[in-house]
Structure formats: structure tokens, C-alpha cells
Design a protein around this ligand. Sequence first.
Ligand SMILES: [Zn+2]
Length: 456
Amino acid sequence: VISPSDAVTSAGSRDLVITDVSVLVHAPDGIELAEHRDIVVRDGEIVEVRETRPLPAGEAAGEVIDGRGMLAMPGFINCHSHAPMVMFRGAAEDVPAEAWFNDFIWPMEVNLTPEDVELASRLAAAEMIRAGVTTFADHYFSMDAVARATAESGLRGVLGETFFSSDGSAGLERSLAFATEWGGAAQGRITGALAPHAPYTVTDDDLAATAAAALEHDLLVHVHASEGRDQVRNSLARHGKTPIQILERTGLLEARTLIAHGIGIVPDDLPALSAARAVGVGSAPKGYLKHGFDTTPVRLLAAAGVPVGLATDGAASNNTIDVWESMTFFALVQKAVERDPAYLTARQVLDHATRQSAAAVGLAGVVGSIAPGHRADILLVDLSAPRLHPVHDLLATLVFSGRSDDIDTTIVDGRVLMRGREVLTVDVAAVTAELAGRRARLTDRTHGKSIQEYGA
Ligand SMILES: [Zn+2]
């Protein structure tokens, strides 16, 4: 059993050199491609990105990966997920959001044990590693189980225990205990966050208490807010404030805040967002399309200087937790809603996928860039697929033709988690077999219970 104190991945050195590789880099004017580069990683940190040259003797001692024919890019960051929900993938399809929550998801979640959550988190970890997701900002129950799976799998997580005001004061206490206990575990790969569910399920008093705890312990607050126009209308009718204005009024925007979705953000919210200490938004466009929702107003948020990162939400709504897929949807949906094919170039989309996503989850300068001083969360993309050729503009190729299946190698904190598309840290066959045996119990809804009532 792994506990926070011993949740470290001990396997192998975290020194490596990737030689003669093309690298997606952040230049002052935006994202560029640098060719024939060596990336030197020591103890999980990128120490140098330089022109390819014969390796000095000392560097050849660690692992050396031949990068020819590959593109090195920063690992994807999932800015809002409920990783264990992979177990409900496909169990609630073709229904409106209210029925999705009240008739399916919340009754099914009553069935969950921490063991179910841990098993599902292992499946999710394998899916993320294969999809090139190296960091995920997760929001769920039984997060000790998610944290154990994160530690074991080698992934990086910004993890928060979800709570509702219906849990009483124990909800925030549990969320805070989790965040402080697990923060910094797994060799620093786990960051703790506070995770109030949403302004419509958590009272103003509890949001204010969350803000105070976040400031006292310097924790990120990860919260669903302004998920659609209906929520904004209801919030205005009940409180005279938008959901974002409620976050401001309760002091949450004085803490570091990650807002999931933000679909209903309106120009009236911009003063609060511009004055916020550090706020980011995670956008999960595939699920919005599926539920017939609007989408995150990216152009509006850009004008207010708010970073917008990419997300998947849970696989019960999104069916996959593949951020590369989110990236492609993000680009296409924004062009469609803005009715502007020139809006969001491939370079801008990649900026959302890397630098802005890192900022949104509170890890700016730590991940999201292949540059000295950053942790070595790196993908090696195999550029040999026919679908990727000829290459006129590799960055456009990545966004509009590439898929996560093109990723050959996934590296987190200098440790190789997938090589040649084989996941090295999760026994996928064993996990899927065991989960299949639990399917009937997990999806049982005959007990008539629910963890919440959705009516926002
Ligand atoms: Zn969510």
C-alpha cells in the first residue's frame, strides 16, 4: 500500500539525453521549431537544449534516445478531468445534461468504493500516457486512490478532493487534509488543490472558507463555474450575480483559481477576472459539442489576459481523456463559433496546449515547455505516418492531421513511461479484465440513491 510519505517511483535514473531531434520551442514571438537539437535531462529536469553534437563521455552514461525522425514536444496537460470516470465511459449516452447527472452519473457514483476508483485511475493513467497527457488536474472522490495510481503510474497530477456543502464542514476539511497530505508526494509530481464542486452546490460561506484555506496553505482552487448560459441566468435570478462574480464576492479570485469550463463567462465578468490574482480556465470542447452546449469564450478571455488550457472533463461525457483530440476540437470549434477561419492559428492552439495550460493549472515555469529549468515532461512524436505527409508546416500538421496515436514515447520527470507505444508502468490487460468484472455493480441504479441533485 502506497501512502503519501513513501509514494515515490524509485525505478531507474532520471538522467537522459535525446539526440538529434526536432523540438517545439517557445521563442519570444511564439512557438517555433528547432531542428537537430539534443535535449539534456538531469535528475528529471531539462538542463540544456542545444545543437546536436557528439556526446561528452559523462552524458552518454545516462539513457540516450535517438530522436531522428521524431518531434519532441511538451507533454499535454489536462486542465480538468475526473480520471476515474473512465469506468462510466459509454454508460450515459445521448441524454441532456440534467438526465445525465440525475438519472445516470450521480446514482452510479453511489456504488463506488475507493478500490473501484483506484482501479479506474490505473486505466485512466494508461490511457493518458498513451495519449501523451503528462499532467492532469483532477477533481473527484476518494482522491487518495487517484493519488496512489498517479504515484505508481509515473504521471504528474494536480489533485483535488471534490466536496459539496451538503457534506457539511467535513467536505472542505477532507479536501484540505488531502491537499496538504499529498502535496509534494511522488518526488514532487503531486500538487494538492482544493476542489469545491461549483458555486451552485457549495454555499457562499463555504466558498469563502475555501478561499481562506487556499490563501493560508498557498493552494490552487479548482472549481466548476459558469458552465453554461442557464447557470448564469439562474445565478443572476437567485443572487443578482454571475457565477464568476460569486467567486469574486467570496474571495476565491484572491487565491490561485482554476475554473472548469467557463462557458457562460460574459463581458460583465471581465473586471473580476482581470483583477484576479491568478486565474485560468480549462476548456473541454468535445463534451460541449456532444451535450449541445456552447463553448468557452476563448477570444473574450484572451482579451482579459486569462490563460485558457485544454481539458477533457470525465470520459463519461467526453468518451476519451485525450488532450490531443481536445486540441483539434478546440481549434475547429473556435473557428466555427467565431465564424472566422483566421482565428486561432495552429501556433496559437499549441500555445494554449502548452504554455497556457501550464499556467492554468498553476505550473507555469515548471511544465509546458522544453526549456532549461522545466521538468522533463516530453513527448516524442513519430512523424512517419502517411497522414502527416508531405510536411509544409509541421505545426499545422500536428494540430489538424496529427493524432495521439502518433506519439511513440512519453516521458514524465525524466522517466520513460511509454516506449514504442507500450505503456511501461500499468498492466493494461489486468486492469481492463478486473474492471469488466465490476461493470454490473458499478452501473446499478436500482438502489434509488444519488449523491446529489442537479438542477442548476
Ligand atoms: Zn467536470
